[in-house]
Design a binder for this molecule. Structure first.
Ligand code: ZN
Length: 283
């Protein structure tokens, strides 16, 4: 470092290497080295030296097929945790990934890793938001329409029953509301909930009284009468908490149990609620 321009002869280098071989650097030496290396000037110098350099074929052969050990992976994760990528890095990654499709192998790996994982409502909200801004490309639209055309059965089902995740009790509730000449929206997404990190589609929304209706299946939502050992989904509790104190952002929520819909008890209660709200809104 101190010798500007001068170079050690091959002989000297060999001698130095021989004396040092097997010797472990002292803690102090390591510390000094770290200090010398961890300066902006040094890093800039190295960057200038290495930019544009390619690994030799011999190096590449050595690296190829090498896997990081679990220990190395843990260390890398620890270093990167909490770090944010710069916008440039993000752009570079995204440019590289554009148009790339995961291989079947990669897909299988991803799906295996995701199995059993439950998305947080924040994560779902983020995906929903990203997708809502996204426009389908012409190709994707053509692909979807071609596959729908090829599958007439699905098309008919979608047209007659609405989305396939429609539950029977939800259909009954919508039918009841429509029979009472009340205007409704189905699969209603309340964007205001996003502020609380909740992405949720409600089964029914009745716009003129700003009433949301949620139909809870006894099994999935763990009704105390039929599934006393079940656990209420976290999102139910989060949403209830928001609506409990006199509604949320001007919206009210009614939850109906599947068993109350099947027995018919739910319908007069729902209608009474709607009528009460109408008179409240009229006042
Ligand atoms: Zn029940």
């Amino acid at each position: 470092m101190g010798m500007t321009g001068k170079r050690h002869s091959e002989e000297t280098k060999a001698r130095m290497s021989a004396t040092r071989k097997g010797r472990k650097p002292t803690v102090e030496a390591l510390h000094n080295h770290k200090k010398a290396v961890n300066t902006r000037e040094y890093k800039e110098k190295m960057r200038a030296l290495k930019t544009g350099l390619k690994h030799s074929e011999a190096d590449l052969v050595k690296m190829r097929g090498r896997r990081h050990t679990e220990d190395e992976k843990r260390r890398m994760i620890a270093v990167h945790k909490g770090r944010k990528r710069s916008p440039e890095t993000c752009a570079r990654i995204s440019a590289k990934a554009k148009g790339r499709q995961p291989t079947d192998d990669a897909r299988a790996k991803i799906s295996a890793a995701m199995k059993g994982r439950i998305m947080t409502s924040e994560h779902r909200a983020r995906i929903g938001l990203a997708n809502s801004r996204r426009k389908l490309s012409k190709e994707s639209r053509a692909k979807i329409s071609a596959s729908l055309k090829a599958n007439r059965e699905v098309v008919t089902r979608l047209q007659t029953q609405g989305p396939f995740w429609d539950s029977k009790p939800a259909i009954l509730v919508r039918k009841f509301i429509e029979e009472n000449q009340i205007d409704l929206r189905k699969e209603f997404w309340l964007p205001e909930l996003l502020g609380n990190g909740i992405y949720h589609k409600f089964d029914v929304y009745i716009p003129h009284v700003r009433l949301l209706v949620e139909v809870d299946g006894c099994y999935w939502h763990a009704c105390p009468a039929h599934c006393p050992d079940g656990r209420r989904p976290k999102s139910d509790l989060e949403i209830n908490e928001l609506f409990n104190a006199g509604g949320y952002e001007g919206y009210s929520l009614v939850r109906l149990w599947e068993h109350d819909i099947n027995s018919g008890v739910a319908f007069p209660i729902l209608l009474k609620t709607i009528r009460e709200m109408e008179s409240k809104f009229a006042a």
